[in-house]
Write a protein that binds this ligand. Structure first.
Ligand SMILES: *Cc1c(COP(=O)(O)O)cnc(C)c1O
Length: 379
C-alpha cells in the first residue's frame, strides 16, 4: 500500500489545527476557505460535481487529514462515514465489533447481521485476548476507544497487531479522543472514523463525518463510497467544522481540565455509585489510556445511586448542564443513555453520560452537585 505523504509532519497538532486547510497563499487570498455553494463546476478541471469533491469540503479534509496523519474523506455525518466503511466489506464477511459502542453503529451492525449481509462477532473491547481470538477469519475489526458511553479503553496497538496478523482491516472511531489526544493510525489502524458533529465542529451546530487513512487505494475506495452512496457533506457544514477545528486544542484542553476536576469530586458525592473516567487512577482503563493517549478526554460517565428515575431526576434538575444527547460541544450536556431503547442492555440503567464543556468548572460543579442532591432527596 503506497503511503500518503504527510507535509505536516514535525509540527505540533496545536499548530496544525490553526494552519491546515487554508486557501493557497497569494496577495488578496482570503485567510479562510470560502463557502462555495456550487453543485457543478466548469468542465476540464478537478472538481466537476460536488458529490465528487468541492473546495470547502477539501479544506475540511485537509485539516482533518493533517491532524490524524493521513488522507481524509468527508461525509455528510459520522453514520454516513460508518456506512461507507461497512459497504466495502464482502458479503457474509466476519466483522468484529465492541459489545458497547456508539448506538447508531451498533444498531446498523445488528441490521446487517440480521439481513445476512455480514457475520457479526461482539467482543468486550478492553479485553485484548478476546479481541485477538475473535479476529481470526475476520475481514474487519471495528474499534472505538474510549467507548461510547462506557469509557472502556482498548489497547489500540495490540488489537491492530492481532488484526494485521489475521488479515483484517481495522477502523477506529476516534470521536471521543480527537486527534489532539490520540492518533489511531500511529497505533496501526487502517482507517480512523470521526463524527465531526462532536468535538471537531465543537458547537453543536452541524452534522459531519470523516474517514482518514494512509493507504491511497483505500482512500479512493472510501471516496467512491461517498460518491456512489450520495453521502457528500454540505459546504456550510465543512466551513463551520474548519472554523471549529481552529479552537479544538483550546476547547479540548479546557474541557478535559474541567472533566478531571469533576470526575474526582463526583467520586466523593453520596448520590454517585460509580464514576467511569480513564483519568482516574483506579479506573480500569487508566494505565492503558496513559500509555496511548495524550489525555483522558472530556467525557465522564457516572452511575447514580437508586434506579433509573433517580438518574432521570438528575437530568431534569440541572440548570447549566443541558439535558440533551450528543457531545463534544462548548456547552456541558448530560443524558441517561438507557432512555434510548436502542442502547445496549449492557449499559447500566442509571448511567448518565456527561459531556463536559468549557464553562467555569466551579459553576459546573455547583449545578451538578445540587442536581444530584435534589435527585436523591426527591426519591
Ligand atoms: C455521534 C457518534 C457517531 C455518529 O456520528 P453522526 O455525526 O451523529 O452521524 C459515531 N461514533 C461516535 C462515537 C459518536 O459519538
Amino acid at each position: 500500500m503506497p503511503p500518503v505523504e504527510d507535509p505536516w509532519a514535525g509540527l505540533s497538532p496545536r499548530t496544525v489545527a490553526v494552519t491546515a486547510g487554508r486557501p493557497p497563499a497569494h496577495p488578496d487570498a482570503p485567510l479562510n476557505p470560502p463557502v462555495v455553494l456550487a453543485s457543478a463546476f466548469r468542465a476540464g478541471g478537478r472538481m466537476e460535481y460536488a458529490r465528487e469533491t468541492a473546495p470547502t469540503t477539501e479544506a475540511f479534509e485537509e485539516v482533518v487529514g493533517a491532524l490524524e496523519g493521513g488522507a481524509a474523506v468527508a461525509f455528510a455525518s459520522g453514520m454516513a462515514a460508518a456506512n461507507a466503511v461497512l459497504d466495502t466489506v464482502a458479503p457474509t464477511a466476519v466483522v468484529v465489533a465492541p459489545e458497547h459502542a456508539y448506538t447508531g453503529v451498533s444498531v446498523r451492525l445488528q441490521e446487517l447481521a440480521a439481513a445476512g449481509r455480514i457475520r457479526l462477532r461482539r467482543v468486550p473491547v478492553a479485553d485484548t485476548e478476546a479481541v485477538a481470538s475473535a479476529v481470526d477469519g475476520a475481514a474487519l475489526l471495528w474499534l472505538e476507544s474510549p467507548t461510547n458511553p462506557m469509557l472502556e479503553v482498548a489497547d489500540l496497538a495490540a488489537c491492530c497487531a492481532a488484526a494485521w496478523a489475521a488479515g483484517a482491516t481495522v477502523v477506529a472511531d476516534n470521536t471521543f479522543a480527537t486527534p489532539m489526544l490520540q492518533r489511531p493510525l500511529d497505533h496501526g489502524a487502517d482507517v480512523v472514523l470521526h463524527s465531526a458533529t462532536k468535538f471537531l465542529g465543537g458547537h453543536s451546530d452541524l452534522l459531519l463525518g470523516a474517514l482518514v487513512t494512509r493507504d491511497v487505494e483505500l482512500a479512493e475506495t472510501l471516496r467512491s463510497r461517498r460518491v456512489l452512496l450520495g453521502a457528500a457533506p454540505g459546504a456550510l457544514e465543512c466551513y463551520l467544522a474548519v472554523r471549529g477545528v481552529r479552537t479544538l486544542p483550546l476547547r479540548i484542553e479546557r474541557a478535559q481540565d474541567n472533566a478531571r476536576v469533576l470526575a474526582d469530586r463526583l467520586r466523593g458525592h453520596p448520590a454517585v455509585a460509580r464514576v467511569r473516567y480513564p483519568g482516574l487512577p483506579d479506573d480500569p482503563g487508566h494505565d492503558r489510556a496513559a500509555r496511548q493517549m495524550a489525555g483522558p478526554g472530556a467525557l465522564v460517565a457516572i452511575e447514580t445511586v437508586g434506579d433509573a428515575p433517580t438518574a432521570d431526576r438528575l437530568c431534569a434538575a440541572t440548570r447549566l448542564w443541558v439535558h440533551a444527547t450528543s457531545l463534544g460541544g462548548v456547552e456541558s450536556l448530560l443524558e441517561r443513555r438507557r432512555r434510548w431503547s436502542a442502547e445496549s442492555p449492557g449499559v447500566p440503567e442509571t448511567l448518565v453520560r456527561l459531556s463536559v464543556g468549557v464553562e467555569d468548572v466551579e459553576d459546573l460543579w455547583a449545578d451538578l452537585s445540587a442536581a444530584l442532591d435534589a435527585a436523591v432527596d426527591a426519591g
